[in-house]
Design a protein around this ligand. Structure first.
Ligand SMILES: Nc1ncnc2c1ncn2[C@@H]1O[C@H](COP(=O)(O)OP(=O)(O)OP(=O)(O)O)[C@@H](O)[C@H]1O
Length: 254
């Protein structure tokens, strides 16, 4: 699905991602782990075209997407969430979704000024899709709550629902369970499995090892920007290079 070849991103003298080659496998949950500063977020920024690589290529379903703009990559079916989700706290969850979906679709300024039938049709579709997305992530019961009043776990679900706006084929989730309790983490893991059951492919960055080990089909391990290991959770757990990379960090237990 997504093929990454010799990908490098340098910031001045620092190679945040260094010569990484890998494949994000279709219909699977692909995890990316590594100690703090390993280059995980930079790796996602490269895939979603928010950063241009210093060198290397990214191919999505056979198409070279390395030099596309973020909106072009999104249109092809790659969506992402961020470590923290910015919402309009004084608006309802549903309105946040409608605005978010609206921003991710397109009408020209002329359509907006004329209030054209195309715009009205888009608004109707956005509203419908926003409701569907809320339903998918299990938030319909709180659709009319103010976003400022919802829990961290519910914010994570809103982030997922926003990512669904562009009908993604590949979802990039950056710390989808960051800051939520163990019970809620299990609920989010089930939702991530549901994405895959509905035909989407997932790539996720996560520090919660227990979650990763039970959820991922495949794990890519980065350390100082380099790929140090790749494989099934069982193989990764036993990999000496991985254990070394984590020793001395706050995530000593792999
Ligand atoms: N825009 C930037 N300019 C300069 N250096 C950057 C930039 N973005 C990231 N870096 C550096 O690149 C390295 C990798 O950072 P990155 O955020 O990708 O790591 P990470 O694995 O996501 O870390 P964490 O787990 O803490 O989120 C770090 O040393 C960071 O300081």
């Amino acid at each position: 699905m997504l093929k990454i070849e010799k990908l490098t991103k340098k910031f001045g003298g620092l190679a945040a991602v260094n010569d990484v080659s890998t494949v994000i496998e279709e219909g699977k949950i692909n995890a990316i782990i590594g100690p703090n500063g390993a280059g995980k977020t930079t790796f996602f920024n490269l895939i979603s075209s928010m950063h241009k690589p210093t060198s290397g290529t990214i191919t999505f379903n056979g198409q070279d997407v390395t030099s596309l703009r973020p909106d072009q990559v999104a249109k092809l079916g790659i969506a992402r969430t961020f470590q923290s989700t910015s919402l309009f706290d004084k608006a309802t969850v549903l309105d946040n979704l409608i605005v978010g979906h609206r921003l991710r679709t397109h009408s020209g300024l002329w359509d907006v000024l004329r209030g054209s039938s195309r715009l009205r049709e888009e608004e109707r579709v956005c509203r419908e899709k926003a409701r569907d997305a809320l339903d998918f992530v299990g938030l319909s019961p709180i659709a009319h709550r103010l976003a400022g009043d919802i829990s961290q776990e519910e914010r994570k679900r809103v982030a997922f629902a926003l990512a669904l706006a562009t009908d993604p084929k590949l979802l990039l989730l950056d710390e989808p369970a960051g800051g939520v309790n163990p019970e809620e983490t299990e609920g989010l893991a089930q939702l991530i499995r549901k994405f895959v059951q509905h035909g989407m492919t997932v790539a996720l960055i996560e520090h919660k090892m227990a979650m990763i080990m039970s959820l991922a089909d495949k794990i890519l391990v980065l350390s100082y920007g380099e790929k140090i290991a790749e494989g099934t959770p069982d193989a990764i757990r036993r990999n000496p290079a991985v254990i070394d990379a984590y020793l001395g960090s706050e995530h000593a237990e792999v």
